[in-house]
Design a protein around this ligand. Structure first.
Ligand code: IFM
Length: 463
């Protein structure tokens, strides 16, 4: 990576935006796509806010050229999208659906013609229903199913795609999906089974990384995109920073909201000791070989960062939560606005994992609508993005190698169990007419990209 320029961002910084297949594509039963667990959950009464479904979504499947044109005028350097596993393999394994591959073929060609680098995620939650019926991630065959699927996609696209992410946020599709039953497939399993599914998904990641490297026609750059519980220090004091760092990498009891359970095996080939202690006898019996399968050298650390909790050092260095002031800013989703998460998150991840960072997701949902003047004035999003990017710039200036930033999301889309209630897009989507209206934040981000970030204000005064 070239060092930061005067603006603070490296010369080849990848200014991007992200989406995921089930959230935007629609066309759920077209051109041979098989069913996914999300199609199933959307049919379950009461599972999704408003009874919404991603079956038609933003209709990106049919409007892809129009959407890529919007990306081009936005000036995106990179576009992160995910590939729908059941579109490629309708039953999850076996017969390949050429029309499914052809869609991503066209998408990649359109992106390259628009000067946009494709960043492909192999799995962002739309798991093939048939594989779920065969045991899903609980099946010992599931790692191999995933690697076989990866191989097929990479064989087809790697003459043009060089940037790959294996899986998005396993904490969600395993934790929310199998433990809490809020996401597909909507199960409420015991820890023993949940941890077994997690174990297999991590082995699947490792096998997929090997499959990508063995199959790719051009040298691939590979990462994963986990989420986590981000913890930042309440002050810049060395004690608070050390406490926040420890808390960031702790498995604080029996919870899947942590970073290290999901990431240490991928990078170090071992589960974290505090997690092993917390989960005790529910940890799957496993061999050294399983862990070696999970561990596969990566080229970057993808980080999905939205919010954080602040802590200060209490007695003996214990983490004490630092309460947010009454009236602290919240997004429409009621997530706290905590820009420093984009300083400390990348810094802590770099220190621990020693991999260049890519912010694979960051953004906010807003109460956005098309005004009487036909425009969407989402000033809160502009302010949010500016604040977070200022923090990221500070991390870069302090020596953290950050290769790129992918705003979530390019367009409003299906926000899983929340249906279409939450709007995260730079582009407003009218779900009745499918009309796209670029928001004010789209124009702001376009100008920011054009100046490689120089339009960002100076750092606000710090306490
Ligand atoms: O929409 C999701 C995305 O699919 C995964 N990361 C968080 C986003 C906002 O909730």
């Amino acid at each position: 990576m070239k060092g930061p320029t005067a603006e603070g961002f490296p010369k080849n910084f990848v200014w991007g935006a992200a989406t995921a297949s089930y959230q935007i594509e629609g066309a759920a039963t077209e051109d041979g796509r098989g069913p996914s667990v999300w199609d199933m959950l959307c049919r379950r009464p009461g599972a999704i806010w408003g009874g919404h479904t991603g079956a038609v979504g933003c209709d990106h499947y049919h409007r892809m050229p129009e959407d890529v044109e919007l990306m081009r005028t936005l000036g995106l350097k990179g576009y992160r999208f995910s590939i729908s596993w059941p579109r490629i393999l309708p039953a999850g394994t076996g017969r390949v659906n050429p029309k499914g591959l052809a869609f991503y073929d066209r998408l990649v060609d359109a992106l390259l013609a628009a000067g946009i680098q494709p960043w492909a995620t192999l799995f962002h939650w739309d798991y093939p229903q048939d594989l779920y019926d065969r045991g899903g991630w609980l099946s010992p065959d599931s790692p191999k199913w995933f690697a076989d699927y990866a191989r097929i996609v990479v064989r087809a696209l790697s003459d043009r795609v060089t940037h790959w992410m294996t899986q998005n946020e396993p904490q969600c599709y395993i934790g929310l999906g199998l433990r809490d039953g809020i996401h597909a497939p909507g199960e409420k399993l015991g820890w023993r089974e949940v941890l077994l599914a997690a174990h297999h998904s991590m082995m699947g990641h490792g096998l997929a990384v090997r499959a990508i490297r063995a199959t790719a026609r051009r040298r691939p750059l590979i990462g994963a995109a986990p989420v986590g519980s981000h913890v930042i220090p309440a002050s810049g004091s060395a004690r608070d920073v050390a406490t926040a760092r420890r808390a960031t990498f702790a498995v604080a009891g029996r919870t899947y909201w942590n970073t290290t359970w999901w990431t240490d095996p991928l990078i170090f080939g071992r589960y974290p000791a505090d997690g092993l202690k917390a989960f005790g006898a529910d940890v799957p019996k496993h061999s050294r070989r399983d862990l070696e399968t999970m561990r596969a050298p990566l080229d970057f650390f993808g980080a999905n960062i939205y919010q954080s909790e602040a802590v200060r050092a209490g007695r003996g260095g214990a983490a004490e939560p630092a309460a947010r002031p009454v009236g602290h800013a919240l997004t429409a989703y009621k997530w706290p606005v905590t820009p420093d998460a984009l300083y400390w998150g990348p810094k802590f991840f770099w220190e621990r994992y020693k991999l260049p960072i890519v912010v694979t997701e960051n953004g906010m949902s807003g109460a956005d609508w098309v005004g009487l003047d036909g425009r969407v004035h989402d000033h809160a999003r502009i302010d949010y993005l500016a604040r977070y990017l200022i923090a990221l710039r500070r991390a870069i200036r302090d020596g953290v190698p950050v290769l790129g930033y992918f705003q979530w999301s390019l367009m409003d889309n299906f926000e899983w169990a929340e249906g279409f209630k939450e709007r995260f897009g730079l582009i407003h989507v009218d779900y009745t007419t499918k009309k796209r209206t670029p928001k004010d934040s789209y124009e702001w981000y376009r100008d920011l990209i054009a100046t490689n970030g120089a339009l960002l204000p100076a750092d606000p005064a710090r306490p």
